[in-house]
Design a protein around this ligand. Structure first.
Ligand code: PMP
Length: 457
């Protein structure tokens, strides 16, 4: 238990929550966790119980809870200057813009800073509409791109939408989901698991081609002329670590580019080396995006987002003034800058490849051992385990059973996420500092929780 650990009364916190906190804030688990402390991959609750955090608060903590380099950078900046960046020049924002663009391909040179991922996608949508002078935007079903009134239109899960206009001019194409999608494609994923590499279609996935046909139909039937943009995640995050068939996104980007639209890649969950093979998810797929959006792990949990684009697209936004009071503020950009320093000095990307590789192989054994573990997928430290009633139907495991297994993992000191439209995929996306033994511990707890559940049923 860390020395600074401070307890807090659970019942008192729940009383305040019920009375004074938005009812839409629904915490995880049947008995929500009251967290009081975090250090690297570990979290502590109000009674000093320790948990291995394999979810990083939905990928928000990138290099580790309260990472000393990021924390020291913030402490230093806190005594110097916190201010708006809209009226004056501030060193952290300019230093960071140079560092961040150095990690991206040469054509992506200009940064806009925001305070969240939703704001980043809102801005990317506005930029692409301004640049193309077109209105129609496309995203995939099962995508999550934000919850703001604009970006929630890109998000394609009914569970996140309210009954008011959710973004005019946005169209959703059929999701190229290799496990549940109508044409499959799971044997054509870019996966380290042997069973996923036995496709006979030589990299030109037949299923991928059919999903692409659906995108072509959206462009032909729903869009008026030139599209403004296509938005996509390299691997769908909230949607449950859904990894598209090989070359699908490349084909989708080519198609939209041919029609004169821009391609926006949402790296809010996949960026900063998490996929292991590359710094950015789009690089691992051979894509050339016009706009990249990022947030969450960008500043290790400090509120921040960014949009990086080409000088030409950025220029399209100069017709009017654009204000965002806190965007690129000195504290957020200091934290973000320190995150890049840590990623560079600590071999973070290589760790994601190494530990993530071990994790997915061990998780694949669970899929072979249990009839309710349907699919194991992902890349680096962005993994999903889809739970089913039975493998032949692939029907989702019901919410009560998911909750029982999830609670049981928590009781053994393991935090994982849950995702997908039906909440039946466990998501493993830890801070990018876990060790092989942490990965083994996570799999051992999952195996015990699943077998306890199966043996009881
Ligand atoms: N894009 C993706 C891929 C996300 O996962 C999220 C958040 N889950 C967002 C955008 C929105 O980010 P924020 O919650 O910071 O607005």
């Amino acid at each position: 238990t860390p020395e600074t650990y401070k307890g807090r009364d659970y019942d008192e916190t729940m009383r305040v929550k019920k009375k004074h906190i938005s009812p839409t804030k629904v915490p995880a688990y049947s008995e929500p966790l009251l967290l009081t402390q975090g250090k690297m991959q570990w979290l502590w609750d109000h009674e000093g119980r320790r948990y291995l955090d394999m979810f990083a608060g939905i990928v928000t903590v990138s290099v580790g809870h309260c990472h000393p380099v990021v924390a020291d950078g913030l402490k230093d900046q806190i005594d110097r200057l916190w201010h708006t960046t809209n009226l004056y020049l501030t060193p952290p924002m300019h230093e960071y813009a140079e560092k961040l663009t150095a990690t991206l391909p040469d054509h992506l040179k200009v940064c806009f800073f925001t305070n969240s991922g939703s704001e980043a996608n809102d801005l990317a949508m506005a930029l692409s509409r301004q640049y193309t002078k077109s209105f129609d935007v496309i995203s995939f079903r099962n995508a999550y791109h934000g919850g703001s009134p604009y970006s929630v239109g890109l998000t394609a899960h009914g569970t996140w939408k309210h009954n008011y206009p959710n973004g005019f001019g946005i169209h959703h194409s059929v999701n190229p989901d290799p496990y549940k999608g109508i044409w499959g494609g799971s044997k054509c994923r870019d996966s380290p698991i042997q069973a996923d590499r036995e496709c006979g279609c030589m990299g030109e996935c037949e299923a991928g081609g059919k999903y692409l046909g659906q995108l072509r139909e959206v462009l032909d039937y729903s869009v008026s002329g030139r599209p403004a943009a296509l938005f996509a995640e390299p691997i769908q995050g909230v949607g449950g670590a859904v990894q598209f068939p090989k070359n699908f996104l490349k084909g989708a980007f080519d198609l939209v580019h041919e029609r004169g639209g821009l391609c926006v890649i949402d790296e809010v969950q996949t960026g900063f080396g998490r996929l292991g093979s590359h710094m950015w998810g789009f690089e691992s797929l051979g894509l050339r995006p016009d706009i990249v959006t990022m947030a969450k792990g960008i500043a290790n949990g400090f509120p921040m987002g960014a949009v990086v684009t080409t000088p030409e697209v950025a220029q399209a936004f100069t017709g009017t003034l654009h204000l965002n009071t806190y965007s690129g503020n000195p504290l957020a950009t200091t934290a973000a800058s320190k995150v890049l320093d840590v990623i560079e000095s600590d071999g973070t990307q290589a760790l994601c490849a190494r530990v993530g590789g071990r994790l997915i192989h061990e998780l694949a054994k669970l899929r072979d051992e249990f009839s309710i573990v349907g699919d194991v997928r992902g890349k680096g430290l962005m993994l999903g385990v889809e739970m089913v009633e039975d493998k032949s139907t692939r029907a989702p495991l019901n919410p009560a059973d998911m909750m029982e297994i999830w609670d049981s993992m928590k009781s053994m000191g393991l935090i994982v996420g849950k995702g997908g439209l039906r909440g039946n995929t466990f998501r493993l996306k830890p801070p990018m500092c876990i060790s092989e033994s942490d990965a083994d511990f996570a799999v051992a707890v999952m195996r015990k929780s699943i077998s306890d559940f199966v043996n009881k049923s």
